[in-house]
Design a protein. Structure first.
Lengths: 519, 104
């Protein structure tokens, strides 16, 4: 049985027909993690015993056949093994957020999305590595070491949900939950050749997600197929009284079916997207993908997002401002680790305690963002920076609203380049931030967006690299590096299901998912 | 836009972080670059624009004022036990009202 190439729906049928047991499925993934994750390091914590226990219970009372058909059945994901980014709290299972300050944190509660997954019977394989508190674009900011891109172990998997993307790409999980604040699900999905969705803001509850930037954060989903991402969204979306920003809309779900063609669908391509920072091969792949959408029947229209060039600057004011507020809770008093023994400190006051612990346990990127955020919110600078950014955010949002009066989806690149090398951008924060230019406008506006595998950039390896990697793993010794490229599709507010249909048809026509990374 | 080491120290103080001299110097350069990039926004005309204050247009989302979640001794113990320093009943820390001399 070719488990890695089956969709959740197909696996569900096999479980119902007893062609495979939940225990066999869990063991399949757990043994792959054992065999391959030593090098990739996509997991911080593998919950093998818990997985087998849950699988055993499912085998004792298996799922109903109608589950995936109806899509609302609580057992739709029964027996399906998934992994969770470590910034999402899982009751009784250590959740570090990728930070040293929460090294010993065992949450006493589940995030709402985890509660929904549990109700549907999923199997938790473990917690995935990520940039500390979801802050980064390469997973190099994790307090626990880096994760490698399964397509080429000398490259980054992207971030901040790099562990999730690498696990799904390497066949170490059937799906994964991540978080996306400025592209942190879509970018690693693109860099690792898998599907990654950020839903409309407010569609999925943020309760239990360690907050990074509350007006931008959304829980996102990664899987190898569009169908699987959609299936998971159906399970986790809901209005939640514990998240004041969650909407009542998901309960008004209506299926969207384009009957196999994009006839009648208008695809907007912003002219501002094709700038000089965009890699030539990536540009070719995106243009070819847009042609493919036309071949499927879509009408392609050039559109304009006049404030596109200001989106990144706007994001790098608003996001750090919200981060500085959200990171204030890490004071080593109510939870996490502490360096000092306050009862024994004769020479310290409370502020010293904050300074000591935060400086010791928080990483450089988190500190950078806290300080930037504090600065743009401080007296004398608030109006000039934060006040202004909030207004430009409105303009960016309005640009999209105008474009969506004319088109159904917007298409373009997810990132200006495919995966870069480990260590390549760690000394230049601004260069790292520039990786996010296509993804951040979506979070600023609150729109749904998906990254779908679109092709590969190939590059001859240099003689120096060939010499350096002699005798190493297969992906490093091949004469050409092959790095995935994703197509970014942005939908109108609340049209997540229309977006899935377009993505699904593109996926079926191009079949890029059939190319697997050889680990 | 040039950020001075003095400004970095001020930012660190506001953020309750302590940086080494080397870190302060590094951050000064990085913040100068980043805030320099952000200066792009000076070109944007926003005089009649309503600020976007959140991710959604939802306002005052209420729920019923009813206790629906678990409460009681067991819950309190559960949360208190997460703290790095705690007694049976309380999370413990240094008094915010004490100054250094008062801790003697």
């Amino acid at each position: 049985m070719d488990i890695l190439n089956l969709t959740i729906k197909e696996l569900h049928e096999k479980l119902v027909n007893k062609e495979i047991s939940a225990t066999e499925l869990a063991d399949f993934y757990l043994s792959r993690i054992k065999d391959y994750d030593g090098e990739i390091k996509s997991y911080l914590n593998v919950t093998g015993d818990m997985a087998r226990e849950t699988a055993k219970k499912i085998d004792e009372s298996p799922p109903s056949p109608e589950a995936t058909e109806g899509r609302q059945d609580a057992s739709a994901l029964a027996g399906i093994p998934g992994s969770i980014k470590d910034v999402i709290v899982t009751k009784g299972v250590t959740s570090t957020g990728g930070s040293k300050i929460l090294e010993n944190y065992i949450p006493p509660y589940d995030a709402t999305v985890i509660k929904k997954l549990k109700e549907s019977g999923y199997i938790l394989l473990g917690k995935n590595n990520c940039d500390e508190f979801a802050q980064g674009s390469s997973t190099e900011n994790s307090g626990y070491g880096l994760t490698k891109n399964p397509w080429d172990l000398s490259h980054v998997p992207g971030g901040s949900s790099g562990g999730s993307a690498a696990a799904v790409a390497a066949g170490l999980a059937h799906f994964s939950l991540g978080t996306d604040t400025g592209g942190s699900v879509r970018q690693p999905a693109a860099l690792c050749g898998v599907v990654g969705l950020k839903p409309t803001y407010g569609r999925v509850s943020r309760y239990g997600l360690m907050a990074m930037a509350s007006s931008l954060d959304q829980c996102g989903i990664l899987a190898r197929r569009v169908d699987d991402v959609e299936q998971v969204l159906r399970v986790i979306e809901c209005e939640d009284s514990l998240d004041a920003t969650s909407s009542t809309r998901p309960s008004k779900f209506k299926a969207f079916d384009l009957a196999g063609s994009l006839q009648g669908i208008k695809v907007g391509v912003p002219k501002e997207y094709f700038t000089k920072g965009l890699d030539k091969q990536v540009e070719q792949i995106i243009k070819k993908s847009i042609d493919q959408l036309a071949e499927l029947g879509a009408e392609i229209r050039e559109v304009s997002l006049p404030n596109f060039e200001y989106a990144l600057a706007t994001y790098y004011i608003i996001m750090p401002a919200e981060v500085s507020s959200n990171m204030a809770r890490y004071d080593s008093i109510r939870y996490g680790v502490s360096k000092a023994q306050s009862s024994k400190s004769k020479d310290q006051n409370l502020e010293d305690l904050y300074r000591l612990n935060r400086s010791e346990f928080l990483g450089d990127e988190v500190k950078r963002r806290i300080m930037l955020g504090t600065y743009v919110l401080s007296a004398g600078y608030y109006d000039e920076y934060y006040g202004k950014a909030q207004k430009v955010r409105r303009l960016i949002r309005n640009d999209f609203a105008k474009v969506f009066e004319e088109v159904d989806v917007i298409a373009g690149p997810v990132t200006p380049t495919p995966a870069f090398k480990l260590g390549e951008k760690t000394d230049d924060p601004l260069a790292m931030y520039l990786e996010d230019i296509y993804t951040v406008p979506v979070n600023l506006a609150g729109l749904p967006a998906i990254s779908v595998p679109a092709g590969f950039k190939t590059q001859k390896r240099s003689r120096k690299e060939l010499a350096e990697f002699r005798g190493r793993e297969k992906t490093l010794t091949k004469p050409n590096t092959i790095l995935p490229v994703g197509l970014h599709l942005i939908g109108n507010w609340w049209e997540d299901y229309k977006l899935f249909e377009v993505a699904r048809l593109f996926e079926a026509a191009t079949q890029v998912y059939k190319v697997k990374c050889e680990i | 836009m040039k950020i001075s080491k003095k400004q970095v120290k001020h930012m660190a103080e506001l953020a309750k972080l302590e940086l080494s001299d080397e870190e302060i110097e590094k951050r000064a350069k990085e913040f100068s670059d980043i805030l320099g990039y952000i200066e792009k926004l000076d070109k944007v005309e926003v005089s009649d624009v309503e600020p976007m204050t959140g991710g959604t247009d939802l306002v005052n989302k209420y729920r019923e004022d009813k206790v629906t979640r678990e409460q009681g001794e067991a819950v309190r113990k559960k949360f208190v036990s997460l703290a790095p320093e705690h007694s049976d009943e309380f999370i413990e820390t240094i008094s915010p009202l004490a100054d250094k001399s008062a801790n003697n």
